[in-house]
Design a protein around this ligand. Structure first.
Ligand SMILES: Nc1ncnc2c1ncn2[C@@H]1O[C@H](COP(=O)(O)OP(=O)(O)O)[C@@H](O)[C@H]1O
Ligand SMILES: [Mg+2]
Length: 334
């Protein structure tokens, strides 16, 4: 009799545990900034993230799937107030800042660190950040990946800059630079492709990639959007010295393996997208250790459904190619 290969990990897209998921904690956000460089107050609301297509290893193509839909956005959760701090780094999509929690929080099921990260999308990369937000949400529903191999996420928030009276010149704001070649649209994603099947069989209330408002989003220079992701804060990013250390390499290989087993292909796996893990990182159930490194920056990620695919094929498909030439890519420390 033919043996059926079963995935080793349990998969659940049922929904966050509303008591435990950090994604259910906050529905509104205020960011205050008061530095010699810039001063503003932004009031933002939770926003829907941008679902991915499901990639099938069998047909080697993307599909619509009713499990790959926008996750519910919490409406009546707590308010988070942050004071913006120093810039931690910038990449193609955005700029990440440290931020202090500046107003008392209600009793939540998990302590919120006093320092978090705000990742601002450049004004033309809000769609890419909305995808990153969906990946954090997707991974949060797979037991024990958030908080072990990736930072915990506290949500995706947006507002429009027209609501910011002090921003007379919005494009001068620190995160808002626009890439010249893509000023009028965001970067394409791997799954920006036509899918063959019709959406008729997917209940109309489920927001698939095609049905998402982000699918056709383009930046509006007259009414610019501010999009931010709130994350736990990790430490410094991976550098050439780390790359000489066999123990570091072992840790990175393990976290890549864990990410691949979640069915997530990073799509942009480079030194600058690995940071030392947050102090709140918990023991990895697979490797029985606290990983010293975390993977970040999922705005070019795509996913496949391991629940119905063969794991070895899937691993090959999502393998991010650790230490292949692209890994060194652009290194901001140089
Ligand atoms: N959660 C985090 N903890 C610590 N540093 C971070 C975090 N998120 C981002 N950074 C820093 O900010 C840089 C830019 O963030 P990243 O998410 O890679 O943006 P981009 O998509 O523009 O490349 C990273 O290379 C890293 O140095
Ligand atoms: Mg990056």
């Amino acid at each position: 009799m033919e043996r059926v290969r079963k995935p080793k990990r349990s998969f659940s897209l049922k929904g966050e545990d509303s008591n435990l998921s950090t994604l259910s904690f906050f529905s509104t956000l205020t960011i205050n900034a008061d530095t010699p460089e810039f001063s503003f107050r932004l009031d933002l609301k939770r926003s829907e993230s941008f679902p991915a297509h499901r990639f099938s290893c069998k047909g080697y193509w993307f599909h619509s799937d009713e499990r790959y839909t926008a996750f519910p956005v919490p409406k009546d959760s707590a308010h988070l107030q942050l004071q913006l701090g120093e810039s931690l780094g910038a990449g193609r999509t955005g700029t990440a800042y440290s931020a202090q929690v500046s107003a008392p929080l209600p009793q939540l099921s998990r302590p919120v660190p006093s320092e978090l990260v705000v990742k601002f999308a450049k004004l033309n990369h809000c769609r890419n950040l909305a995808r990153e937000a969906w990946i954090y949400n997707y991974l949060d529903r797979i037991p024990q990946s958030s908080g072990t191999i990736i930072p915990r996420c506290y949500g995706f928030f947006t507002t429009t800059l027209t609501e910011l009276p002090s921003a007379k010149r919005p494009y001068d704001l620190p995160w808002s630079s626009v890439d010249g070649e893509h000023a009028k649209r965001d970067d394409d994603l791997w799954d920006d492709v036509e899918v063959e099947e019709s959406l008729d069989e997917i209940p109309s209330e489920l927001i698939t990639k095609e049905r998402s408002a982000w699918n056709s989003w383009v930046p509006d220079s007259k009414n610019p959007l501010v999009a931010v992701l709130i994350l736990e804060k990790g430490g410094p990013m991976y550098n050439e010295i780390d790359d000489e250390d066999p123990l570091v390499k072992k840790d990175i290989k393990q976290i890549i393996r864990d990410l691949s087993l979640c069915g997530v292909a990073h799509g942009d796996f480079r030194m600058s997208n690995l940071v030392r893990s947050p102090t709140t990182t918990e023991v990895c159930p697979h490797h029985k250790c606290v990983h010293k490194w975390n993977i970040i920056d999922f705005n070019r990620a795509w996913v496949l459904d391991l629940g119905v695919e063969c794991i070895p094929d899937a691993i090959v498909a999502v393998d991010p190619g650790y230490r292949q030439p692209g890994f060194y890519g652009w290194n901001p420390s140089k």
